[in-house]
Write a protein that binds this ligand. Sequence first.
Ligand code: ACO
Length: 383
Amino acid sequence: MDESVRKGLDGVVADETRLSQIDGEAGELTIGGYPLGELAGNATFEETLFLLYEDRLPTAEELEAFDERLSAYRTITPATQSVVEAAATRGQSAMDAARMGIASASLARTDDDRAEEATERDALLSVAQLPTIVAAYWRATQGESAPEPRADLSHAGNYLYMLTGEEPTESEVRGLETYVNAVVDHGFNASTFTARAIASTESDVVSAVTGAVGALKGPLHGGAPGPVLDMLDETHRADDVRSVLEGKLDAGERLMGFGHRVYNVRDPRASVLSEAAESLYRAEDGGDEDFYESARETEVVARDLLSERRPDLDLETNVEFYTAVLLRGVGVPRDLFSATFAVARVGGWTAHVIEQRADNRIVRPRSRYVGASNRTWTPIDER
Ligand code: ACO
């Protein structure tokens, strides 16, 4: 038996998946066999979800039936509503609200309880409830209630509608669709692996998704786009972008939105998201071209600076850089960036749970013991 420790499971191939493929050297990502560049800007989120669940694109008829089943689960129960309101009142974060809200989403279950139907129902339920939970939280932080979800709007369109109370423009919906498609799945990242480990015990989908939200909450996983936007606001206001960024590096700070553990080249998601941001910001229905141009300039200057200062590393633009630009453009508040990542990634989590259950072996790695040995019990009054 190999006793070597692979800290962080670095390099360990833990199972097979047909959901997404990452080539970190070439900077390529495919979802369900489709190159991200082809899928993200064309598919609706519902189509991508169907692809992940069924391993093929739906026909128009299948898509209509799928949309209908998914949107039927959008309304949250009064219990979930009060949990997210309590999170908002107590100043807890959107990710805390998402974790508490989704944990209670099993209350919205319908009554079919055959095991395989329950898995599919809970997958749709989790995907459909999370946007309503996040929107309800956000509106509660503003002292308002979210409007009832609208079944006539798409998944992405309805999320924006519940957040703002206004029907989003076509460009905003397309921008958000591209984002959620681009980040829906990405191999065995920490939250996805968490979901699979929970599913491997034959626990239920809602439990797996709740654990995954907890994993995504950590700043090492889902927390960078907010700070990226802070940096972009600063460079947008500044006369000299280079000196702002130099100041950060001189102070020992990292440039947010650059560097990645898996990619040595520009993250393929950054390319897809930057194109989507470009068309959104240049759109006639209310873009903000100036901000987009300033973000582009910041990217160019940052990459130059990073390669000058660290020629030994390939610190390229990562997914979070243009996530910040795109989500700002579609009108998602910065405090909801991580929770909106969860709204997208829940599609991947649930597909992984279905995949895990279809060919399951309980996740149970070993550990190497490094603690004390041969201790002798001392009674409490002699310690
Ligand atoms: N700016 C400046 N220096 C950097 C940056 C950066 N963005 N990223 C890495 N470095 C430097 C580090 O300071 C370190 O230098 P050292 O060797 O002198 O200590 C070296 O590169 C290696 O850094 P690690 O943290 O060991 O690299 P790792 O591959 O583990 O980290 C990470 C990847 C966490 C993304 C890192 O590049 C980073 O912190 N980037 C900024 C934050 C960010 O954009 N996070 C979102 C990532 S996307 C995602 O994971 C969903």
